[in-house]
Design a protein around this ligand. Sequence first.
Ligand SMILES: Nc1nc2c(c(=O)[nH]1)N[C@H]1C(S)=C(S)[C@@H](COP(=O)(O)OP(=O)(O)OC[C@H]3O[C@@H](n4cnc5c(=O)[nH]c(N)nc54)[C@H](O)[C@@H]3O)O[C@H]1N2
Ligand SMILES: Nc1nc2c(c(=O)[nH]1)N[C@H]1C(S)=C(S)[C@@H](COP(=O)(O)OP(=O)(O)OC[C@H]3O[C@@H](n4cnc5c(=O)[nH]c(N)nc54)[C@H](O)[C@@H]3O)O[C@H]1N2
Ligand code: SF4
Ligand SMILES: [Mo]
Length: 734
Amino acid sequence: MSGGFDRRSFLKLSLAATAVAGTLGAAFAAEPGTYVSGGAAPAHVEPDTWTYSTCGFCGTGCGIEIGTKEGRPVAIRGTKGYPVNDGLLCAKGIYQWKMITAPDRGKHPMIRKGGTLVQASWDEALTAMTDKLKALLAEHGPESIACYNTGQLCMEEFYTLGKLMRAGFRTPNLDGNTRTCMASAVVGHTRSFGTDGPVGAYADIEAAEVILIAGSNMAECHPILFARVVKAVEKGARLICVDPRLTQVSRIATIALPIRPGTDVVLLNAMAHVIIREGLIDRAYIDAHTTGYAELEAHLRKYTPAYAAEICGVPAEDIEAAALLYGRAERSLSMWVMGINQSVNGTIANNCFHNLNLIQGKIGKPGCASFSITGQPAAMASREVGGSSSYPGYRAIGNAQHRAEVAALWGVDPAILPDKSPSITEIIDAILEGKIRALWVICTNPLISLPDQNRVRRALEKLELLVVQDAFATVDTAQYAHIYLPAALWAEKSGIMVNSERRLNLLKPAVAPPGEARTDFAIFLDVADRMGYGHLFPYRTTEECFEEIKRLTKGRPNDYSGATYARIEENRGLQWPIPDERSTGTPRLYADGRFNTADGKAVLWSVDPVELPEVPDGEYPFNLNSGRVQEHYHTGTKTRKVPELNHLVPTAYVELNPRDAEQLGVGYGDRVRIESRRGEIEARVVVTSQVAPGSCFVPMHFNEGPVNRLTVWAVDPFSKEPNYKQQAVRLRKA
Ligand SMILES: Nc1nc2c(c(=O)[nH]1)N[C@H]1C(S)=C(S)[C@@H](COP(=O)(O)OP(=O)(O)OC[C@H]3O[C@@H](n4cnc5c(=O)[nH]c(N)nc54)[C@H](O)[C@@H]3O)O[C@H]1N2
Ligand SMILES: Nc1nc2c(c(=O)[nH]1)N[C@H]1C(S)=C(S)[C@@H](COP(=O)(O)OP(=O)(O)OC[C@H]3O[C@@H](n4cnc5c(=O)[nH]c(N)nc54)[C@H](O)[C@@H]3O)O[C@H]1N2
Ligand code: SF4
Ligand SMILES: [Mo]
């Protein structure tokens, strides 16, 4: 790579490197085994107990064991033989035990008095919360109340919260940060296959001849999956990488397509064009298992590689070569993440991937999948059991039959169940309009992670009641909270998380929550009791709750009937559907070519992209891209407390191409001001040819330079997912 140092060289040179410095993108742990890390106290402590659990960070879903000594966390190691990671962990995974005892863990509830949050008892805090909610319900009705949650709770918590909000409060206003993440994948699956649910298995990585990775910095964001990709490439698999920014994935790709931002639909349509032109389709599969082919074939005629090259800004020959490589292989696999989903074209780009694979019959076979990879460790669980925009068992909010089924299983009148589900951006706008007066924020930090921070700030300020329920008392959004509720972390609870390959993974509590902190599950049940909705919750433990959830998934696509906590642990996770107690799970969906649509056929979509909400112009000449680095997680609440991670990437920065840095007269480490039409931030410059001229990249992790002060308030028309990856900014030396 030209352009001198990359960001890590810069950051390492400017700081004392710590003992954990790994190579960019390499899976951090080289061999399975125990990792008792050095660094801050308690160091080199030999655990007296190892507890089986699951990593709390990303949707890969690695099996971990939490090491404790006298009840305090001292280590984490990868679970040997675990089908996902076989003992390997990335840097975040290894060090996550350190955040558990961070000094700013919330230990007591707090209530705002005279402008500051002061310690309160649980009884005081929950009485204040439920009194206000009861008053709002009486005066303004259920639609004055909203809840915004996460992809980081366990399944039983999502289910309980969904039931509480919809059957208890009867409010439609329930959404999660999964909207900012997986919504385009959810709607994409539903439009192509009839219901949501990723189709593939990680084992497809090793079985594929050609792997297409698009809009995914897998080396940094799913390092253990990337380790499996690297192994496959070493054994001869070919890799195609689609990303405007040159990542570690593109560096090992056979073909790298650094396309212009936001042009994926055109590229994917052109690849399908070539595959059809060359007769690389599976005609029998198309006829038996899909609808819409004739229209698609006609629609794609104009999408020649030459036409796409013009729009995507990569050579026509490269597009042709990528299509032929993918199309000629017997077994090809596509994987994508946020570079695809977080766009106004996110949903239809998902449909384009499914088109590409369906026309070749590359679904449900080993080494073949149209595989959307999830971000958070339990985002899948939320999707499956009604944690945000659906009812349990992949039932649709707007489907009266589905609502009737849920009502019957819950023993409630179907008429009380909401039939709509506004998105978080709609909820924020409704707060600004004065329609929503109370917001309960659970396990997410919207002040830092939602787009257009200044707008979000105005909304939070306007609320009559903001309850923030978080593991850390210092979480940014709590600045505006009237009530703060301290929550237990993943290592302190039991429950189920679900990873990208539909694997149910088990959490077991290894340590006790600090102070008076409680699990989200316990908090939800307490709120339910105080609101008078206790009769809806006949269960008191997460395991009892799972038995109820199983009844709502029976016969549904995500059937968990055959799962129990014990079976999940024995089998090292189980991939749904798990229809009975003999089942060891289902690696791939749709192996029989039967989809969840009315006629059992998958739908091929003929689509054209819509225009991006904002493109660079004379006033704001740079495209701003945003995302992640390996060492940090989201808004930094967890990883910035771990010195071994934070020392490597300690503060906000912007990646700039050498050409642009020279023109702006800035060099490594200089501070620049970045301005968009919505706000401005300052950050340090990292000069790197990883980003193209005219583009810049700012990670989302740093509240001292919050990239979302710059981002645009625009969403995908189908999924309502924010368009985080493309907006226009200008830069100058600070
Ligand atoms: N270390 C770390 N790992 C994580 C997380 C974390 O915060 N830190 N978060 C987890 C979560 S919730 C998620 S959702 C995932 C996210 O995982 P990823 O999606 O892999 O991560 P991002 O950095 O958001 O974006 C991925 C890539 O999209 C590219 N991109 C931008 N615009 C476009 C475009 O127009 N087209 C294409 N094809 N690509 C584009 C960016 O250049 C970037 O390299 O990571 C999970 N894993
Ligand atoms: N510009 C830009 N913005 C983005 C993105 C991007 O790529 N670019 N990506 C988007 C995506 S994909 C995502 S997923 C979101 C993530 O955005 P957020 O959801 O805001 O990210 P986190 O920092 O993970 O916030 C989770 C919070 O929950 C707390 N917490 C952790 N565990 C628990 C628990 O068990 N219980 C409770 N109650 N609290 C807990 C943590 O302390 C933390 O404060 O950001 C989105 N925003
Ligand atoms: S890859 Fe994801 S699940 Fe695995 S150890 Fe790293 S953060 Fe945890
Ligand atoms: Mo995400």
